[in-house]
Ligand binder design. Structure first.
Ligand code: 4AD
Ligand code: MG
Length: 431
């Protein structure tokens, strides 16, 4: 008999089924053993009755612990008391591998759970998140490819930074120092001259020491870059990208959202409503008016302010035109107001913080050099970058989206650590 998945069995609703998977739960009575069988698709209750299987099978069943792997055959029927509404009465059972007592129980603390992450990713919660994450990756590729973007890869090992220097990871590169990339951006700015519209999804690294619910030291960064674009054009791409991701997740991951108890009503406005676009100045005014938070002009918005701001909207909100001085060196002054830069952040709803950061790129070599110097950078390290302004420079821009930030928001997770299978944080790089 051909094996089917647990979900296919549930969809079949009745009849003989052959399944394989892992023991999710077990309880043993005198003449009946219940196991809940799990595979990647779902769970289903199975009952092994002493008088319906061989002596050998009964003995095997009585030794089953959580996460033992089994293949079985039986007859499936509706049973309202069972966790997914169906039960399989087992007629054939083969144990593939007996599990040792599973080292994850309800009482486990967070540190141990992270130590045993390789086992914890089998949980229904993590499995649901990882499926949603897979949808998000697929949706990003789909979005950009449908719009004529090429996928372009930049190096991970780099000679110097782009974002803040202190968050660069230094590595030993034979007898020299090198760094792990924080962004593909500076290479992307070279590549648009060949390919024009490009995107990537790749790991980025940030040596952020702070323990927060939204920072990883290694995260997946979806970035795009293109020529002949202005700030509003760039923001349009960001808005449509987020809408496309939400659309795909709502289409494909209803079951997972249920497992996570995610209130999907909160995501629905994304599909139909335009996202608010406010300036940094507007943001300061809104914070003052609604929360009596006074931020001196020129200070960046912190987590707490972003969170407050997000409560005023039921979609993500774009904040544009931040003060030039606190921005990365490549963000240009707005010709209409040189104190601010042509840039934006997209702040996620429900207090999930910055999802995307992007900008138009500065084309003025002298201004770029001044900004680099004022940030303590060596101009020589950026000569390849400045060449992009020397040989047929064109207006261009791009943005970067933290994929785990997006997953954290979509799943409404308390911590970004759960948005990735094996999180890297200041205090942890194993398993
Ligand atoms: O705002 P950031 O630093 O922007 C850049 O790196 C630009 N060079 C992107 C570009 O224009 N191509 O980072 C972009 C996004 C943030 O909005 C955030 O979602 C995510 O990357 N991010 C992090 N995600 C997880 N952990 C961290 N430590 C992150 N730092 C940034
Ligand atoms: Mg940013």
């Amino acid at each position: 008999m051909g094996y089917i998945s647990v979900q296919q069995a549930l969809d079949k609703k009745r009849g003989t089924v052959a399944l394989r998977g892992w023991v999710y739960r077990e309880s043993k009575l005198k003449d009946k053993i219940f196991i809940v069988l799990r595979d990647s698709t779902n769970i289903v209750q199975c009952v092994i009755k002493k008088n319906k299987v061989t002596e050998k099978e009964w003995v095997a069943a009585s030794k089953l612990l959580i996460e033992s792997s089994v293949v079985l055959e039986g007859s499936l029927k509706e049973d309202k008391r069972a966790p997914t509404g169906y039960e399989v009465e087992v007629s054939k059972l083969q144990v593939i591998s007996y599990a040792e007592p599973f080292p994850i129980t309800k009482e486990i603390n967070e540190a141990l759970l992270l130590d045993r992450r390789h086992l914890w990713i089998r949980s229904r919660k993590m499995t649901a998140i990882l499926k949603i994450r897979s949808t998000v990756f697929g949706a990003i590729h789909e979005f950009f490819r449908a719009r004529g973007f090429y996928e372009f890869q930049s190096p991970i090992i780099i000679p110097g930074g782009a974002e803040e220097g202190p968050t660069l990871f230094e590595i030993k590169y034979f007898d020299k120092k090198a760094y792990l990339t924080q962004t593909w951006q500076l290479y992307a700015e070279s590549a648009i001259f060949a390919l024009e519209k490009i995107y990537t999804i790749a790991p980025s690294f940030r040596a952020e020491k702070s323990k927060t619910a939204r920072h990883l030291t290694e995260y997946w960064h979806a970035e795009m870059e293109l020529p002949w674009v202005d700030l509003n054009g760039l923001i349009d791409y960001a808005e449509k990208l987020i809408r496309h991701i939400v659309k795909r997740v709502l289409e494909n991951n209803q079951k997972e959202m249920e497992i996570l108890n995610r209130d999907v009503k909160k995501l629905k406005p994304i599909l139909t409503k335009s996202f608010a676009r406010i300036t940094y100045d507007d943001a300061l005014k809104l914070l003052k008016k609604n929360f009596n938070i006074a931020i001196p002009w020129g200070k960046d918005l912190r987590t707490i302010e972003e969170d407050k701001l997000s409560r005023l909207f039921d979609t993500p909100v774009f904040v544009t035109h931040y003060p030039k001085e606190i921005m990365a060196f490549y963000k240009p002054r707005d010709p209409k107001n040189p104190r601010v830069a042509l840039c934006f952040d997209l702040i996620g709803p429900e207090g999930h913080g910055e999802l995307i950061g992007g900008s138009i790129r500065d084309l003025d070599i002298e201004e770029l050099k001044r900004s680099l110097k004022s940030k303590g950078e060596k101009i020589e390290d950026y000569s390849y970058y400045l060449d992009t302004r020397r040989y047929g420079s064109v207006p261009h821009g791009g943005f970067g989206m933290g994929v785990e930030r997006v997953v954290k928001w979509l799943c409404d997770l308390a911590t970004i650590k759960d948005a990735i299978a094996f999180p890297r944080t200041p205090e942890r790089f194993r398993p």
